[in-house]
Ligand binder design. Sequence first.
Ligand code: FMN
Ligand code: ATP
Length: 200
Amino acid sequence: MIGFDSGEAVQSLARTVVHRECELSLSASIVTIGAFDGVHRGHQALLARVVSEARQHGVPSVVYTFETPPKVALGRVIQLTPPAERIRRLSLFEVDHIIMARFDRDYASRPAASFIEELGRINPRGLWVGTDFRFGKERLGDVALLDRYFPVRILADVAACEGERISSSRLRALISEGRHEEARLLHGWPDAGCLPGTAL
Ligand SMILES: Cc1cc2nc3c(=O)[nH]c(=O)nc-3n(C[C@H](O)[C@H](O)[C@H](O)COP(=O)(O)O)c2cc1C
Ligand SMILES: Nc1ncnc2c1ncn2[C@@H]1O[C@H](COP(=O)(O)OP(=O)(O)OP(=O)(O)O)[C@@H](O)[C@H]1O
């Protein structure tokens, strides 16, 4: 049983442990960061790479994500997957650690440098993100900045058969248009609903 409401670390599948931000410290790791709303096929490709590289190097794999996806917390979009279901889906990839940061006003106002400092505690030896990854206050941090501190690896865009990049935004659009079967093909999970998130 996976639950997150208690806020405690959760031992779910064999090796997945969920942490609040700041409480995990590792001497080496392979990491990916993102909202992962829906854990769609693009996210799944990223997770598979992280877990495989971590095993190759004999270090823990880490997913750094947010209890509420930033765009949802900022009231811009509807949430696809609530935290407990997101943890369940992430866990199926057998990541070693999931960090669930609470994206509130204080967190959103942290500059990129503060986030880089936090990441330093888990010593990423490889940091996997997609091409468009941004972080820090006003989204000022980008891949070039991150790469000055950690070895950044970029995953090429995973696209659907018609060539369009798979994204949580695309899924939200399809679901709002009632195109559930197309959405299901993009996210790769049996159910495809939008569930309300909590805005800041
Ligand atoms: C420390 C920190 C501060 C952030 N502040 C903002 C912000 O001010 N505005 C914003 O739109 N997003 C902010 N974000 C969210 C990022 O834009 C982005 O959503 C997050 O890094 C996850 O990446 P992803 O959207 O590619 O999954 C922040 C992220 C982090 C880690
Ligand atoms: N189709 C994809 N191919 C490769 N990487 C992806 C893909 N979709 C997302 N990613 C990467 O996964 C990480 C988490 O992304 P995020 O949760 O923002 O997903 P998203 O689908 O881009 O969301 P949104 O549409 O809301 O911006 C980021 O590093 C992002 O670049």
